[in-house]
Design a protein around this ligand. Structure first.
Ligand code: ZLM
Ligand code: CA
Ligand code: ZN
Length: 393
C-alpha cells in the first residue's frame, strides 16, 4: 500500500498450556494453577487473542530441564510418588530429598508434567524472541523463581526463568532480569551470580525472620571478588509493608532506569508475580493493578525484546485482573479496555465488584499501613547507584 505507513506495533505471542492448569497442590494450598484459567478467561473475553500469536506450549524435554537442573534431582522428581494426604508433619518421610514433600512443595499427582509444561511455555516464549518472531512473549504459567539447581523451594520445583534466560543468552549478549513478585527472586539471582551477562534486580518485602525466603538485603550483591565477573550484577530492593503505587513507580523508574543506562541489556525478562498487589493472601504491599502494570509499560517502552513471566499471586481474581491488564499493555490495547468485566466472561462471578480496577478499599476493606519512608527509598536508590559504578557494559 503505497504511501500508507502503519504505526509499527509490537508482535506479541502468548504461550499457555491448559493441561498445566488442571493440577492441584492440595486442598488449601495457596498456589492455585486454575488462576491461569481465570486469567485466560478474562484475557480472551476482552478479545485480546486477536491481537497476539497464540500458542499451546509443549512440555520441556528432560534435556531442556537439565540445561539448569541436576540430573539426580530431575530423576527423583520424575519418579517420586505423591505422599499420603494429610502427611505427618512431625514425622516426614525419610526417603524424601531435595526439599520435596511437606507443605510448601508438596508431591502431587502429575507434578513432573506440571513442571515441564511451565518450563515449556517459558522456553517457547524465549525462542520466539530469539527468532525475532515476537517482540514481546508472554508466559503467565512461568515465573517460578525460587527453584534451585538441585532443590525445590517456595512452591517452585523447576526454574523456568533460568532455563528461558539461558536460551536468550544464546542470541542476546546481555539480559536484564527484573522481579516484581513480593518475594525475593533468590533462585534466579543465585543461578547467575558468576556471570556479567545477566543482571538480576528483585523488588520484595524483606524481613529475614518473618518473611520468605529471608534473603535479598540491600547490600546483598552476590559474591564479591575481583575474579568473579558477576560481582555487582545482583541488585536487591528490600521493602516494608504497604508500599503504594506512587512510591513503587518512582523506585522502579529510578532503579531500572539506572540499570538500563549502565548495563545496556539486549533483552529484558520480567517476572510479574501478582502477590505484590494489595489484598493478596500472602502479600504485604498496597499496589493496585495500575501500579503493577506500570512496570510492564516501563519495560515495554525500552523497546528491546521482552519476555513476561507470571509467578506468585494468591488472590486469583486479582491475579487475573493484573495479568489481563498487562497483556493489554503488551498489545497496546490498554486505552481501549472497558473497566467493566465483560458480561460474557466465563467465571465472571469470581470477580467481585465487576470492575477491572477495583479501588484499594474494594480489594481490601482496609489498606495496609505504609511502612516505607521516603528517606528509606532514597537510600535504596543511592546504594544501587553506587553498585552500578562497578558495572560496565
Ligand atoms: N510453612 N497449606 C512464594 C513461596 C512462599 C516457610 C512457613 C507452611 C506459605 C503457606 C501450604 C495447606 C512465590 C515459608 C510456612 C505452612 C514453612 C510460605 C499448605 C499456607 C499454606 O495453608 C497452607 C495446608 C501453605 C504455605 C501458607 N508458605 C506462606 N508462605 C513460604 C513460601 C512463592 O510467590 O514467590 C513464587 C511462586 N514458606 O514461609 C515456612 C517457612 C512452611
Ligand atoms: Ca521480587
Ligand atoms: Zn511470591
Amino acid at each position: 500500500e503505497a504511501g500508507v505507513t502503519r504505526p509499527k506495533g509490537y508482535n506479541v505471542s502468548f504461550h499457555c498450556n491448559p493441561d498445566m492448569e488442571k493440577h492441584h497442590f492440595g486442598q488449601t494450598h495457596p498456589m492455585k494453577p486454575w488462576r491461569l484459567t481465570l486469567s485466560k478467561s478474562l484475557i480472551y473475553s476482552y478479545g485480546m487473542s486477536f491481537a497476539m500469536d497464540n500458542y499451546i506450549s509443549r512440555a520441556a524435554t528432560y534435556e531442556e530441564l537439565a540445561s539448569f537442573h541436576a540430573t539426580d534431582y530431575l530423576d527423583f522428581l520424575g519418579t517420586v510418588l505423591p505422599e499420603p494426604v494429610p502427611f505427618d508433619v512431625e514425622n516426614p518421610n525419610p526417603d524424601l530429598k531435595f526439599n520435596l514433600g511437606g507443605s510448601d512443595c508438596p508431591l502431587f499427582e502429575g507434578l513432573y508434567d506440571y513442571c515441564s509444561m511451565s518450563a515449556g511455555g517459558a522456553l517457547d516464549a524465549a525462542r520466539k524472541l530469539c527468532t525475532k518472531q515476537s517482540d514481546i512473549a508472554i508466559a503467565w504459567g512461568g515465573g517460578l523463581h525460587h527453584a534451585k539447581k538441585s532443590e525445590a523451594s517456595g512452591f517452585c520445583y523447576i526454574n523456568d526463568i533460568v532455563i528461558a534466560i539461558l536460551q536468550l543468552l544464546r542470541c542476546y549478549p546481555r539480559v536484564l532480569y527484573i522481579d516484581i513478585d513480593v518475594h525475593h527472586g533468590d533462585g534466579v539471582e543465585e543461578a547467575f551470580f558468576s556471570t556479567d551477562r545477566v543482571m538480576t534486580v528483585s523488588f520484595h518485602k524483606y524481613d529475614p525472620q518473618n518473611f520468605f525466603p529471608g534473603t535479598g538485603a540491600l547490600d546483598d550483591n552476590g559474591p564479591q571478588s575481583e575474579h568473579n565477573p558477576g560481582s555487582h550484577h545482583a541488585i536487591n530492593v528490600p521493602l516494608n509493608d504497604g508500599i503504594t503505587d506512587e512510591q513503587y513507580d518512582w523506585l522502579f523508574n529510578s532503579v531500572i532506569g539506572k540499570c538500563i543506562e549502565k548495563f545496556r541489556p539486549s533483552a529484558i525478562a520480567l517476572q510479574c508475580g501478582a502477590d505484590s498487589l494489595a489484598g493478596d493472601r500472602l502479600g504485604r504491599f498496597n499496589l493496585q493493578v495500575q501500579g503493577h502494570g506500570a512496570c510492564v509499560d516501563f519495560c515495554k517502552r525500552v523497546g528491546i525484546p521482552l519476555i513476561l513471566f507470571g509467578g506468585g499471586g494468591y488472590t486469583p481474581r486479582n491475579v487475573a485482573r493484573a495479568w489481563t491488564y498487562e497483556t493489554s499493555i503488551a498489545i497496546d490495547h490498554q486505552d481501549k479496555l472497558n473497566h467493566m468485566i465483560p458480561t460474557h466472561t466465563p467465571w465472571r462471578d469470581h470477580f467481585r465488584h465487576e470492575t477491572l480496577f477495583p479501588t484499594l478499599e474494594q480489594i481490601l476493606g482496609e489498606p495496609r499501613q505504609n511502612r516505607n519512608t521516603q528517606k528509606k527509598l532514597q537510600d535504596i536508590v543511592q546504594h544501587v547507584t553506587e553498585q552500578l559504578r562497578f558495572v560496565q557494559a
